[in-house]
Design a protein around this ligand. Structure first.
Ligand SMILES: Cc1cc2nc3c(=O)[nH]c(=O)nc-3n(C[C@H](O)[C@H](O)[C@H](O)COP(=O)(O)OP(=O)(O)OC[C@H]3O[C@@H](n4cnc5c(N)ncnc54)[C@H](O)[C@@H]3O)c2cc1C
Length: 424
């Protein structure tokens, strides 16, 4: 073998060796990098898990099950017959935030009643970490000669609940709320005390700094009923995206001045809305007396607003008249010729007929037949009358305002779809 061949051979061996070493070093480096990266992503994952856990802990520390004690810090007369109650948690711990439009459920011991009275009241302020506010309208006895008593809890609040009193309150809930940051413009339509969730919505939109275009139409009789007047006027003055149109149906001569106290003489009608907002392409939020909601709801529909863009909150008993058709009735449980179906209350052992013509709720049917079902607000808000459905299904005139687990029904606003067996 000559010298040149030896050199070439050695060179090749060295080259291969260098390449081998390079590959080994690169693999080692990449392995180290991989191990480091894995450690980092493990750490990152752990941090994320920790952050989620901390957030959950904070939320659950702030939220509560059942009732929590609140102190009435302040009472404020907002208008004739409507009083605000500002509440602070008795335990001094922070409050969970709520969605603007949601309500609180109160459990009140009214003297003379065997059980606590349960009522829902909308939060009327924007979310704050230290206090909640509800605003309650006194419900008088009807103006006729019947012996119907005035509203129990609203009058009890007005006449007996004072600053410093303690109240039992369930956590904020409800499905009627706005997202302050949504892109679509919002039209809020309030009749009378239906202003309470709208005041909260407007304040939350303003406080969030969102540019969401929002117009409030507020219908009341006159200046006597004008709750939150200064608050609402200031919100409109200080935020370009907020407009408030106040309608007095019966302004008082010599007192109420158009342009100063109100904008439109008359009710909130579809014509007033159309003149102000021109196109129908908005999201609509309605809260007010049943007739107000019914007529405006159907006029909005006639104007071409899709039902899915209209959101409502009913303060009074929800009507069963618009109950969904009995589409889910199967052949074995089909109603008779008149549309009547049988409801079996399994624990009481009572089999009764639910007549479509009467359109009673399951709660009313139970009460009429001496079957005990616990109840509270009777408007689908507080969830007290939730019952287990053992067979069959129920439907609702309007969607209940509280969460209902599958297999359960909210007796105060439910009607049977067909023959039904319920655990009561
Ligand atoms: C989600 C939600 C939010 C709400 N938010 C608010 C709010 O922000 N502000 C507010 O003021 N209200 C609000 N309400 C309404 C509130 O919950 C109560 O329904 C209202 O205060 C009336 O309660 P009450 O106990 O005073 O009247 P109730 O005693 O329940 O009486 C209701 C009506 O029935 C009549 N009545 C009483 N007894 C009889 C009888 N034996 N026969 C016939 N009629 C009778 C009364 O005269 C009265 O007109 C809200 C309701 C819901 C569901």
């Amino acid at each position: 073998m000559d010298t040149a061949a030896i050199y070439i051979g050695s060179g090749l061996v060295i080259l291969v060796a260098v390449q081998l070493v390079t590959v080994i070093v690169e693999s080692l480096l990449s392995l180290t990098r991989q191990v480091k990266q894995n450690k980092l992503s493990d750490l990152f994952m752990l941090e994320r898990i920790e952050a989620v856990r901390a957030r959950r802990e904070l939320q659950s520390a702030n939220a509560w099950n059942g009732c929590r004690k609140f102190v009435v810090k302040q009472r404020v007369e907002e208008s004739e017959g409507t009083c605000s109650f500002c509440l602070e948690p008795h335990d001094g711990k922070p409050l969970p935030t709520f969605k603007p439009g949601q309500f609180l459920t109160f459990q009140l011991d009214v003297p003379g009643l065997e059980k606590p009275a349960i009522r829902c009241y909308s939060l009327s302020d924007g979310p704050r970490p230290d206090s909640y506010r509800v605003s309650i309208k006194r419900v008088p006895a009807p103006d006729d000669s019947s012996n119907v008593p005035p509203g129990l809890v609203s009058n009890y609040f007005h006449d007996h609940i004072r600053e410093g009193d303690l109240l039992d309150v369930r956590a904020p809930s409800g499905h009627f709320f706005v997202d302050p940051h949504a892109k679509s413009s919002a039209i809020l339509i309030a009749g009378g005390v239906g202003i309470t969730p709208m005041a909260s919505m407007l304040k939350a939109i303003a406080a969030s700094g969102s540019a969401r275009q929002t117009t409030l139409f507020y219908g009341i009789r006159n200046g006597r009923e004008h709750a939150f007047k200064t608050e609402l006027q200031e919100l409109a003055e200080n935020h370009d995206n907020i407009q408030v149109v106040t309608c007095y149906s019966n302004p008082r001569a010599g007192h109420d001045v158009k342009g100063r106290d109100y904008d439109v003489a008359g009710r909130v009608t579809i014509d007033v809305i159309r003149k102000t907002v021109e196109t129908s392409n908005h999201r609509y939020f309605l809260c007010g007396p049943p007739e107000f909601m019914r007529s405006l709801g159907s006029e909005l529909g006639d104007w071409g607003v899709p039902a899915k863009h209209i959101f409502t909150e009913a303060f009074g008993p929800a009507s069963l008249k618009s109950r969904k058709s009995m589409s889910s009735v199967d052949s074995k449980s089909a109603p008779d010729k008149e549309g009547n179906v049988t409801v079996f209350f399994s624990r009481s052992g009572k089999n009764v007929v639910w007549e479509t013509g009467n359109a009673l709720s399951l709660l009313e049917l139970a009460e009429a037949n001496d079957v005990q079902i616990e109840s509270g607000c009777r408007t689908g808000g507080c969830g007290t009358c939730k019952v287990a459905i053992k067979k069959g299904s129920v439907s609702y005139g309007s969607d209940p305002d509280c969460d209902i687990e599958s297999g359960c029904g909210l007796a105060c606003v439910a009607g049977p779809d067909g023959d039904l067996v319920i655990d009561a």
